[in-house]
Design a binder for this molecule. Structure first.
Ligand code: ADP
Ligand code: MG
Length: 249
């Protein structure tokens, strides 16, 4: 899809820059994601992947350039930030579930307090999404009683309860024991197959090959390479991409 479509409906970064003090952590980052597109972001630790995706829903502020989500500019205006957050769900490395709330309560909290959804309706929706991630039977338990893979699937269900148009994943499987990675990736694959717009920071290259329309490789705050997965893996254009791939594959 063309850049205009992405700017109106998807995500568009235009020369985005961010500094932490003296450190220039995002340098002229420009890319767009059209509705329904799936992007995998990879790159060495500290290259700015988390910072970049956290800027999308203003968990971090950028200092120069523009970010638009569904045509709404992400800036310091409360109204814009709220509009964007309504459209964008996010899943983190460490699940970030509330430990003192049940799985069901984790999935209804934001619906009830942010959306004002009545309890019965919020619970019905939560159960629908827990079924979708295949753990409705865990609804009355607490996060600590679940495996890491189950907790991450709850985090995905919780996010889906807000019915986002775009999902951001920040290394969702890197805190998991190896045998639990697959169940989370399977959930992400099915979400992708249903047409969700996704940006996934991950080093799961099998997943990238399976679902990504495009792989973005970052190094030192810059997008160094952006290519279809088959091209990126078989014929990376940049030395830094080649080095990175040789280290993780
Ligand atoms: P990645 O996700 O690719 O590992 P990050 O986006 O987390 O990279 O970090 C990019 C750079 O910004 C790193 O050098 C990191 O140390 C630095 N950084 C991240 N968060 C902060 C912060 N809150 N304050 C200062 N520096 C930060
Ligand atoms: Mg990170």
């Amino acid at each position: 899809m063309d850049g205009t479509g992405a700017a109106e409906q998807g995500i568009a970064f235009d020369r985005v820059n961010k500094w932490y003090g003296q450190m220039h952590v995002l340098q002229d980052v420009t890319f767009s994601v059209a509705p329904g597109e799936k992007i995998v972001v990879c790159g060495p630790s500290g290259s700015g992947k988390s910072t970049m995706i956290r800027c999308i829903n203003r968990l971090e502020e950028h200092q120069a350039g523009t970010i638009r989500v569904g045509g709404v500019e992400v800036n310091d205006q409360r109204r814009n930030i709220e509009q964007v957050r309504r459209r964008v769900g996010m899943v983190f490395q460490n699940f970030n579930l509330y430990p003192h709330l049940t799985i069901l309560e984790n999935c209804t909290l934001a619906q009830r307090w942010v959306r004002g959804t009545p309890r019965a309706e919020a619970e019905a929706r939560a159960m629908r999404y827990l079924e979708r991630v295949r753990i409705p039977d865990q609804a009355r338990k607490y996060p600590g009683q679940l495996s890491g893979g189950q907790q991450q699937r709850v985090a995905i269900a919780r996010s889906l309860c807000m019915e986002p148009e775009i999902m951001l994943f920040d290394e969702p499987t890197s805190a998991l024991d190896p045998e639990l990675v697959r169940e989370v990736l399977d959930t992400m694959v099915s979400l992708a197959e249903e047409g969700m717009t996704m940006i996934c920071v991950t080093h799961e290259m099998g997943f990238a090959r399976q679902v990504a329309d495009r792989v973005i490789f970052m190094d030192r705050g810059r997008i160094v390479e952006s290519a279809a997965p088959e091209d990126f893996f078989s014929n990376p254009q940049e030395e830094r991409s080649r080095l990175f791939l040789s280290q993780i594959l």
